[in-house]
Write a protein that binds this ligand. Structure first.
Ligand code: SAM
Length: 235
């Protein structure tokens, strides 16, 4: 059933985080129907569009040009064009470009619709075995400036915490969190979600730090850490 509205719309369209089957029917239809697709990397999105036999004008929209281009795309929407924004993987605007365009589009009274779909943090959180009733998405920890401040600030966090992490920084992060929050804090590392070598490893921060020191990880990673209460109240 087609639900395309009459007023011009900015669609945020999630794309697979590994497994091409995780594209929804609606995501494919919207990409077929819009006038233009904005992509973080036109080559990556080009492969996806080819797979689904979608032929649409493709323009680049990424962190290095989003500030300059945001007004231009809002103007196109106001001229009546339907535009879809996609990132390389997962949901746009989740640790990816998108927020600025959404904010400016809404300011200009443009309709914005975000399709539900693939994102890395939800399967990582749900599969961690840690409480899911309340959680906080932290994205990437700062690499240098502000890193220790952020870690100290989160020491008293009671909700389950979700971080995006790179494989070469995982051991450093696990060790720093163990030092700051206690070695026994429960956590889970979700690696290569939806891909051939998908793995979720659960344990304390210290156990995970030791494991990944001995077995340096590869691929994409989500780190989930229990809140401060999860040590004394594991249930
Ligand atoms: N927009 C994406 C989303 O909705 O999840 C996130 C993009 S962010 C630039 C990329 C980070 O997401 C990776 O460094 C990793 O932390 C996480 N990620 C993406 N795909 C993943 C996967 N298949 N398995 C585990 N983590 C993944």
């Amino acid at each position: 059933m087609s639900t395309t509205p009459v007023s011009p719309t900015l669609y945020l369209v999630p794309t697979p985080i590994g497994n091409l089957e995780d594209m929804t029917y609606r995501a494919v239809r919207i990409l077929q129907e819009v006038d233009l697709i904005l992509a973080e990397d036109t080559r990556t999105t080009g492969v996806l569009l080819k797979h689904y036999q979608i032929q649409k004008p493709l323009q680049s929209y990424h962190i290095h040009n989003e500030h300059q281009l945001v007004r231009q795309w809002v103007a196109r929407l106001l001229q009546g064009k339907n535009i879809a924004l996609v990132s390389d993987a997962g949901t746009p605007a989740i640790s990816d470009p998108g927020f600025l365009l959404v904010r400016e589009a809404l300011k200009a009274d443009v309709r914005v619709e975000c399709l539900p779909g693939a994102t890395a943090f939800v399967p990582a959180l749900v599969n961690s075995g840690l409480p899911t009733d309340k959680f906080v998405f932290e994205g990437f920890l700062p690499h240098k400036k502000g890193r220790q401040t952020r870690i100290q600030l989160l020491a008293a966090e009671t909700r389950t915490m979700v971080f995006y992490e790179s494989p070469h920084r995982l051991v450093k992060t696990l060790s720093q969190l163990a030092e700051a929050w206690g070695e026994g804090r429960p956590a889970a590392v979700a690696r290569e979600l939806t891909k051939l070598y998908e793995e979720t490893r659960r344990g304390t921060l210290a156990e995970l730090a030791q494991h990944y020191t001995e077995h340096p990880p590869k691929g994409e990673i989500v780190l989930v850490v229990g809140g401060v209460d999860s040590v004394s109240n594991p249930e």
